[in-house]
Design a binder for this molecule. Structure first.
Ligand code: EPU
Length: 443
């Protein structure tokens, strides 16, 4: 008998037209650049606007692909989303006629799962695709689901979808996470704002983007407070109102440009960049020997006098805020290729964030990948241009940094990953004197 052919029904997301970055490396970055609004705040703020039927207005929203996807998902639900000017979004969720987040949305962007809490608490039900599972990578959402159950929701799982219901209102309760989770904290907090009674979330994640979300919720009339560094308390309200808000600056973009200046021996001033949001990184720069000056809302790095071999190798361990952000681990690995000695990297938050180092090796980096969480980087090395492929957002920005520091030309495939989270990254690097262009890719 001939081999049976597997019936293949799985959804495959549309891929954007292929684009590549071409970079001629070896020029120090010089000048001033303004940091955009934070992706990981903007996405949650847009979702939070569904907690009310009144209009909400957001400024300093980054013009990135993930924001565009969130706007599209909201529009599909029946929410009115307007984009009257660059960086400005207005959201009015008066009528939602379709309480369903399809696999198409989850496949494009895991952060679509942040709609679970607000839709469930306001409308009493939602069906939402599981963004984890084998289909699109391993990123569980069990902590989000447990948090909703702690607030009285019933949640069934069928055919890749969570069917969530809250008979009457959700009710306030204790949400105790077994580990720190950023979006889990946010989902619990958003759900609790309209629940009946008081909710305590512990341990609550401490990222600045969460405090930005709290600030917006308070403007909406919610009763939410961070009562200790790792505790958020919410007293549920019957309804919330519309509000205006400007998105907090993106500390990961700040880190990316600081490291860009460092690896090219440049001098850069970042505006709209509060230093206290990148405290652990600035401390690490100090131990490595990189001069950084913090002003009121800007940061200057001057690596022009830092010669090859002047930087000291360091050990990097990622952790929830206020620790060293996992999102800065990939760019930091590029920096560590320029430090003298062996640096050890421990990626303690995610287990799929070390593999990209095999792409960095193509530019001449000397790296031992020990397991899914650990690597050793030996430096300093003179990086050389290479052809590489981006696998995800932060790895993509990091390959750009490596190519900017390298001698000669590089061709980097998969530019669309970077547009998900960095606003005009090529233009911003050009503004700092980099030779970087983006073009259609034949691959
Ligand atoms: N986890 C679970 N179960 C859950 C949720 C999380 O086991 O239900 C695990 C994760 O697998 C991970 C750890 O808990 O090992 C922490 O994950 P967390 O929930 O904190 O991450 P997240 O909320 O999904 C956000 C950012 C990420 C950032 C992490 C950590 C957004 C949209 N995403 O993800 O940003 O790396 O926090 O700071 O806010 C990025 O911008 O490139 C990015 C990946």
């Amino acid at each position: 008998m001939a081999d049976a052919r597997l019936f293949h029904w799985e959804f495959r997301p549309d891929l954007p037209p292929p684009e590549a970055f071409r970079i001629e490396g070896g020029r120090p970055l010089e000048g001033t650049v303004r940091v955009s609004g934070a992706k990981n705040a903007a996405l949650k703020l847009l979702a939070a606007a569904t907690l009310t039927g009144e209009r909400c207005r957001f400024e300093n929203v980054p013009e990135i692909e993930d924001v565009r996807v969130m706007a599209e998902v909201l529009t599909d639900l029946g929410v009115v989303v307007e984009h009257p000017a660059d960086g400005v979004y207005e959201v009015a969720a008066g009528d939602i006629d379709w309480l369903f987040i399809p696999l198409e949305a989850a496949a494009k962007m895991r952060a679509s799962f942040i709609l679970l809490g607000p839709l469930l608490t306001r409308f009493g039900q939602v069906i939402i695709s599981n963004p984890g599972g084998d289909r699109i990578g391993r990123r569980p959402v069990n902590l989000h689901v447990d948090a909703m159950r702690a607030l009285g929701a019933t949640i069934d799982y069928r055919d890749g979808y969570y069917l969530a219901k809250a008979p009457g209102r959700l009710r306030g309760g204790e949400v105790s996470f077994p580990q720190v989770t950023v979006m889990g904290t946010e989902n619990a907090m958003l759900a609790a704002t309209l629940a009946d009674g008081d909710t305590v979330i512990r341990p609550a994640a401490q990222e600045p983007e969460i405090d930005d979300l709290i600030a917006f919720l308070v403007k909406m009339g919610a009763d939410v407070q961070r009562t200790s560094p790792d505790t958020i308390e919410v007293h549920g309200r019957r309804r919330l109102r519309g509000a205006n808000h400007a998105v907090v600056p993106d500390r990961i973009e700040t880190a990316t440009f600081l490291i860009g200046a460092a690896v090219t021996g440049g001098r850069v001033v970042l505006e709209n960049a509060p230093c206290d949001h990148v405290g652990a990184l600035v401390e690490l720069f100090g131990t490595m020997g990189l001069p950084v000056a913090c002003r009121e809302s800007s940061i200057e790095i001057d690596a022009s006098g830092v010669g090859p071999g002047d930087l000291l190798a360091s050990d990097v361990v990622t952790a929830p805020y206020p620790g060293l952000a996992t999102d800065t681990q990939p760019p930091l690995c590029v920096l560590l290729t320029q430090a003298s000695g062996t640096s050890h990297v421990h990626e303690a938050v995610f287990e799929d964030r070390i593999e990209w180092l095999s792409e960095l090796r193509k530019l001449g980096a000397r790296i031992d990948i020990e397991d899914t969480h650990h690597a050793s980087i030996h430096g300093p090395v003179r990086l050389h241009g290479a052809e590489t492929t981006i696998g995800d957002l932060r790895a993509g920005a990091s390959l750009i940094l490596a190519a900017l520091a390298a001698d000669g030309p590089s061709l980097i495939h998969g530019a669309h990953h970077v547009h998900r989270g960095y606003e005009n990254i090529d233009r911003k690097f050009q503004q700092l004197g980099a030779d970087i262009t983006r073009s259609a890719d034949a691959v």
